[in-house]
Design a binder for this molecule. Structure first.
Ligand code: AMP
Length: 225
């Protein structure tokens, strides 16, 4: 099964993906993580996309689709479920994905999950978000008071011991730009799927992550509350 996680920045797509990876043994493809890996490794692609990412703009469809194609060729296994976290974000990406998957995959195995949350809550969440500096890890934490996503040790990653840092695009200006970009594309993207006969499953994420995980499993037919 392939799950497409569609939702605004800061809605917890990455955090829910990580729970699914750890607890259900699924795989995760995060195009945001792939982009940050390119930037950290200072590859040619990394140099081209650095500015777009910092300023909260989308990376070009072509570069993103190339990254996804490479990932599918190198890491895709049909055995377990896979989450596409933050891809597709535009209609051309969704069209390209159909092409990439049709080669080897039945489209009935695609589930589309839309995460929804108020923009004000998102801005608050992102201003408290920290990630692991290790680009092979990039685990996500929150330093908001009382958050269940707090690291066990202050500013140290639970997973690999790496230092926690702010993302370069978690500035207020970039957050506002990313939200605007998301809202500009969301409607057309969801219409693309609905017009192609796909159901869009709605997941409310204004609640603690463990609760979101339980509701997600029910939504996709995997468990009961
Ligand atoms: P994320 O980690 O999903 O919040 O993505 C961080 C940034 O990476 C985004 O603001 C974009 O600049 C870029 N990015 C990630 N995924 C995509 C995508 N599917 N299309 C275009 N840009 C993307």
């Amino acid at each position: 099964m392939i799950y497409l996680f569609i939702g605004p920045p800061g809605s917890g797509k990455g955090s829910l993906s990580k729970l699914c990876v750890d607890k259900l043994d699924w795989a995760q493809l995060s195009t945001g993580n792939l982009c940050r890996e390119h930037i950290a490794r200072q590859t040619e692609i990394g140099k081209q996309i650095d500015f777009a990412i910092k300023s909260g703009k989308l990376v070009s469809d072509k570069l993103i689709v190339d990254m996804v194609r490479d990932w599918l060729e190198q890491s895709f296994s049909q055995k377990g479920s896979v989450i596409f976290d933050g891809f597709p974000r535009t209609v051309p990406q969704a069209v390209a994905l159909e092409g990439l998957l049709n080669r080897s995959f039945s489209s009935s195995k695609l589930k589309i999950i839309r995460f929804f949350l108020d923009d004000d809550v998102i801005v608050d969440r992102l201003t408290n978000r920290y990630i692991c500096r290790n680009d092979a890890c990039q685990a996500v934490y929150s330093l908001a008071e009382g958050s269940t996503l707090a690291p066990k040790k202050h500013m140290v990653c639970d997973e690999c011991g790496g230092e926690l840092i702010r993302r370069s695009d978690d500035t207020e200006a970039s957050i506002r730009e990313r939200l605007k970009t998301y809202h500009d594309h969301e409607h057309n993207l969801l219409d693309f799927y609905r017009n192609n006969g796909k159901k869009v499953l709605e997941l409310s994420v204004a609640k603690p992550l463990d609760r979101v995980f339980e509701e997600f499993k029910v939504l996709v037919g995997l468990g009961s509350l």
